[in-house]
Every structure is written in C-alpha cells, then in structure tokens.
Design a protein around this ligand. Structure first.
Ligand code: 5CA
Length: 167
C-alpha cells in the first residue's frame, strides 16, 4: 500500500509500476542504510544486497549496481563507459542525479536517465534486495526484473580482492 509509505518510497513503487513491476516494500525501523545493515535486518546474505552507487565517468553520472560484499573497480567502470576518469559521486551529486539521498538510493526511478552497470555476481541469486528510497525501506526483486527495470548492462565492474599467492 503506497499510501502507508513515506513519499520517497512511494515514488519508487510508482516508478516500478510504470515499468510493469509491483514492488513489495518492507520497512525495517532498525535501518538498512548500508549493505551490512540491510542484510542483518532482512536476514539474507550481504551479497544479495544491491548497492546502488553513483560514479562520475568523466563528467557524466553512471549508476553501478553492486553486490553487497563487492567493491567497485573504477578502472573497469571507465572501460565500460569509455571514460578516462571515474570517481565516486559526492552526496550532492548523488542527490542531483537520482533525486535520492545516499543510503536510500534506489536502482531505478531516478531524477535523470542514468546509464546502469550491473555487477554480474547479482545475477547468480534467485532474489536480491535493493533500497526503496529511504535508509529503512527495501524491496526484493529477481535479478531478471532488475535488469529489465533498469535497462542495465551486466558487466564485470568489481575489484578482485587479493587472494593468497598462486602456487
Ligand atoms: N540501503 C542500502 C542497501 S539496500 C544502501 O543504500 N547501500 S549503498 O551501498 O547503496 O549506499 C551506501 C553507500 O554510499 C556506501 O557503501 C558508500 O559507498 C556510499 N557513501 C556513503 N557516504 C558517502 C559519501 N559521503 N559520499 C559518497 N558516497 C558515500
């Protein structure tokens, strides 16, 4: 029921509906601001949390949907976007590009039409969870629906963490 939701979350539900998706938003009063917070509240794996991170590629914002346990490799984002420089957007840039604050940024329904890159790791789950506009609202979504709703490109955009030296 969108009328029970704060305006920011209701706007995400409305945006989803216009994309043919009915969201089931859940509120966690203890907060879902970070991927770890969200996984703890929901009771899912941290890698099932969709981090909706804004980067600036040369001068253009790009949204990178990243699995909760992964970190974005800006060099790989630069390759995908044919950009020489990529940096993380600041709080004001996130708000300008998406219409939402950090911690509640949803994966679609943004103020501007953003290119979207999707961490391939997210596609291996039956269900993932993303922010619904506020730091305490989230919704589950099948990765296929996330791809369709965002029009995003599945890519390798994450850092490969250093493992033990090879034999
Ligand atoms: N609600 C959760 C997941 S459902 C969420 O929004 N997680 S998030 O990862 O997409 O958003 C938090 C991220 O925002 C942090 O991982 C961090 O990368 C970024 N962030 C936090 N503070 C700042 C800041 N001051 N400037 C730029 N990025 C920031």
């Amino acid at each position: 029921m969108t009328q029970d939701l704060p305006r920011a979350a209701a706007a995400v539900v409305t945006a989803a509906r216009s994309l043919g998706l009915e969201l089931h938003v859940r509120e966690f009063p203890e907060g879902t601001r970070t991927a770890a917070d969200a996984a703890r509240a929901i009771g899912c794996q941290v890698d099932q949390i969709v981090k909706s991170l804004v980067f600036v590629a040369d001068t253009d914002p790009v949204l990178v949907l990243t699995s909760g346990g992964n970190r974005v490799d800006v060099v790989k984002v630069g390759r995908e976007r044919s950009a020489a420089t990529v940096r993380k957007a600041d709080a004001g840039e996130v708000r300008a590009a998406t219409g939402y604050a950090i911690g509640g940024t949803p994966p679609f329904g943004h103020a501007r039409d953003l290119p979207v890159l999707i961490d391939r790791h997210l596609t291996g789950f039956e269900e993932v969870w993303a922010a619904a506009g506020t730091p305490r609202h989230v919704f589950p979504i099948a990765p296929g629906d996330l791809l369709r709703a965002t029009g995003g490109l599945v890519a390798d955009v994450t850092l490969v963490e250093d493992g033990p030296p090879a034999g």
